[in-house]
Design a protein around this ligand. Sequence first.
Ligand code: PTT
Ligand code: SF4
Length: 610
Amino acid sequence: MKGWNGRILRVDLTKGMAAAEEYSKDFAKRFVGGRGFAVKLLWDELAPGVDPLSPANMLIFATGPLTGHVIPNSGKMVVAAKSPLTGGYGDGNLGSWASVNLRKAGLDAIVVTGRSEKPVYLHVENDEYTINDASDLWGLDSFQAEAKLKEKHGRAAGVLLIGPSGENLCRVSTVVSQEGRAGGRPGMGAVMGSKNLKAVVIRGTKALSAHDIDELNRLGKEGFDVILEKQNYKWWKRQGTMAILEWCQEAETLPTHNFREGVFDEADAINGYSMENATVKQKGCPNCNMTCGNVVLNVDGAESELDYENVAMLGSNIGIGDLKQIATLNRMCDELGLDTIGAGACIAFAMEASEKGLIDHKISWSDYEGSKTLLEDLAYMRGLGATLGLGTTAAAEKIGGGASDFTIQVKGLECSAYDCHLCPGMALSFGTSPIGAHHKDAWVISWEISSGTRTEYNPEKADKVIEFQRIRGGMFESLVTCRFPWIELGFELDHYPVYFKAATGVETSLDELWELGDRIYALIRAFWVREYGDAWGRLMDYPPKRWFDEPTTQGSLAGSSLDREKYDGLLQAYYDKRGWDDRGIPTKATMKKLALSSEAAELAKHVELR
Ligand code: PTT
Ligand code: SF4
């Protein structure tokens, strides 16, 4: 099995055991890596109905056959588990030296189960696996803890860890790395905390195996050169993802005041141009010459790595128009291990609940000091933070008084930063994303707006969502590499089957990679349906109520809202194209076509398959 290491490290924290085990060729062939591995492992081994914060849940770190090789942007990994925020499949993708080290330690994935009695960290040093005491790290923020671990294990080690928010089981916690990389929005940090696992430290020094390593290295070098030549490269290096902010303001999709509006009066002060003037350095993931982490100084003069999502959710969406203040909130999230999107959504929700008199806690729009306090409270699950830290959906249920009407989420995961009052295609993308409302799988909004069809609900939008889900959610999440070379610079997709062949020796085509994406999507959907049983229904694939019922009031598009009936038609078109029935469940025939017959038989035990 050249290209794959063929080994998964199994860690049982209850028993204090860690051992590598081999996996089959069939597993590699059918599920390739990353998200494909994660969902198959969760499907096969996690009993339905398990409490996501119980020892039985599986925390999975998974790379793919391209991860770690010296080819464009290959320093990524998937972190996955059953989500404590949504109750369904959850994952995220982060860049870290841990990805490269994991592969060089001769592993492709780590699966952690159980719960240690006291705080520990896992240390992987090539073929040696130890579970070490982490009492002195517990309670430290992620920057402090990572520094201590690197002091002990060397700067070359890769570290994945949680901050206090993961320790306190706050559901909007991620896994973090390298002071600014974060992954696993659907509460993967809380799953790690529930296991009393503060960190995973990985050092691998072996040579990576490949079918033809010389050819792969040659192709990789060529690929890095192609990237440097791309027309958009210089612009990308100036603003990275922050250029989206000025574009969103222009297109009136910049989430403002808890997604009531799509325009923000102070957008100019927090956009990519303002950031350019303030940037002090750039950082990024391993094996990347696009380094998109733009670092600015916050109110206290400390470094903070900005991305569009962070700035929109901790800026316009809560009414803050000061880049330094946003940088402070952003750095706090990184230190505490909070997801910036989820945390921004929780603050916005609290501001609106306070405005409506539904909670005693006083916090108004653009309240910077109040936002800082609330972030701390979220991470430590105290005061209002103890309620908000369950996620806005559960918090709204507790608060009552119609608070559910202004949760901006799908399936319990808070929406990333695109207001869709007038973007039905992007709303469908949020609705059908496999982890809840995340833009990562199908960022169709720029296509939808530039094609001049934003008022339309035509079935081509369902095609576009599926096309992007195959590429982004299937191929990139399984190979596993960063998708930015393709989506941001137009680095050609044809490179990937060629890399795959050189890495594994397996001939594949883009069409076959799309089929892989469809298989992964069907199995993730099966996972959700098995968990939800009779409670599952097509309403689970609906975007937030606000976008239907409360039109925008500002900007040139004031009065915009989604149409429920037309959205439902678009959703049906999506189901038809995917071969899913009108409940959004893959049919028997679809499962068979995707080589998922045994999985279909298991699903049929829980729900009628048509
Ligand atoms: C991702 C989500 C995003 S999406 C952002 S900004 W983005 C937020 N970043 C956070 C952060 O930072 N700190 C923090 N405490 N919380 C954060 N939450 C938010 O998390 C990220 C880049 C980005 S920046 C994006 S789009 C791309 N995502 C990729 C992906 O999903 N797959 C893939 N194959 N390649 C990708 N490349 C890009 O990676 P989640 P990172 Mg992230 C400060 O994890 O859970 O998917 O949520 O990993 O290493 O930070 O790189 O405008
Ligand atoms: Fe990481 Fe950004 Fe490079 Fe992608 S483009 S690999 S997210 S630094």
